[in-house]
Design a protein around this ligand. Structure first.
Ligand SMILES: NC(=O)c1ccc[n+]([C@@H]2O[C@H](COP(=O)([O-])OP(=O)(O)OC[C@H]3O[C@@H](n4cnc5c(N)ncnc54)[C@H](OP(=O)(O)O)[C@@H]3O)[C@@H](O)[C@H]2O)c1
Length: 280
């Protein structure tokens, strides 16, 4: 049995689907499992990572995928170990590798380190920016045809959530091949924010405008979110500033190395989500 936490998330949903397609038995954890339509055959259970997971959740589980919630992670790891789980994949972050942007890396490092301290084998999945973050642009694009952000020329190589899931599923199905590996993942193309806007513009057949925010304006916007701290907002903005015009070294080989195929393009992601940018 393979246990998937974070199973209703952008990545977790795909992990569940891909495991089911591969014929693996799946138990999916959610705080509100009754609110999700699960694929046939999935055993959905209630569980909250900040409260610890019960022994029943781990029954017959040989491998698990861990969504990065650092509070009480030691208890979750101890529970898995005691129940006989042998391999853990962690949804981590490219930021985990660097101390430079502390608040971005800390929670991922805390979870990685808790797992590494156990007797279980592990695979750390460290993606950079998700393509799906671009959904945040959709309301303003629909309403005004505008992208309002700081640092228009900051560059990332965003990754499709299906590719993050595919690497994770490979490790869950074949722990022997992937144990002890920390896979740093990117999409196939370095894209500035203006490049991403242009891809969306082409897909929806509408001219879009980039309204550049100052760093201070962007910081104020970020801090409106209830889960944003000052430290995290500053780290995110510094990361964007540091990548202005920087295209070298952003595209990483791990998706292709692990899955045997090229990572999905941003244009393909936009095509899948086109309607969200067009509206009714
Ligand atoms: N976005 C990026 O660019 C980026 C880049 C690198 C790494 N990451 C990492 O990826 C994560 C986001 O992944 P995602 O987009 O797949 O997630 P998501 O769509 O934001 O969904 C969050 C998932 O976590 C589960 N969850 C949250 N708190 C929980 C708790 N206390 N107990 C049990 N489950 C809990 C939720 O389950 P229920 O609500 O069903 O309980 C849900 O399945 C980030 O938090 C970050 O760690 C993101």
């Amino acid at each position: 049995m393979i246990l998937v936490t974070g199973a209703t998330g952008n990545v977790g949903r795909q992990i569940v689907e891909q495991l089911v397609s591969a014929g693996a038995p799946v138990r999916a954890v959610s705080r509100r499992p009754e609110q999700t339509a699960w694929p046939d055959g999935v055993e959905a259970v209630a569980g909250d990572l900040t409260a610890g997971l019960s022994a029943e959740v781990f029954r017959d589980v040989t491998a698990m995928h861990l969504f990065p919630v650092p509070d009480r992670v030691a208890g979750v790891v101890a529970g898995a170990e005691a129940a006989g789980v042998r391999h853990v994949t962690v949804l981590s972050s490219l930021a985990a590798d660097s101390d430079e942007h502390g608040p971005l890396s800390r929670r991922h490092l805390d979870v990685e380190q808790a797992v590494a301290a156990s007797t279980m084998t592990w695979t750390f999945v460290r993606p950079g920016m998700f393509m799906t973050n671009t959904r945040q642009w959709a309301p303003l694009i629909r309403a005004e045809g505008v992208v309002r952000q700081p640092y228009p020329d900051s560059v990332t190589a965003p990754i499709h959530e299906d590719d993050i899931a595919a690497v994770t599923v490979a490790a869950l199905l074949d722990p022997g091949r992937h144990a002890g590996r920390a896979y740093e993942l990117s999409g196939p193309d370095p894209l500035s924010q203006v490049d991403r806007m242009a891809v969306i513009s082409r897909a929806i057949g509408r001219e879009l405008r980039f309204d550049e925010l100052t760093r201070e304006q962007a910081r104020t916007d970020l801090l409106r979110s209830p889960w944003m701290s000052e430290g995290l907002a500053d780290a995110l903005l510094s990361l964007m500033a540091a990548t202005v015009g920087a295209r070298d070294g952003l595209v990483l080989p791990a998706v292709e190395d692990v899955t045997g195929r090229s990572p999905r393009t941003f244009a393909s992601w936009v095509e899948q989500h086109r309607q969200e940018f067009v509206g009714a």
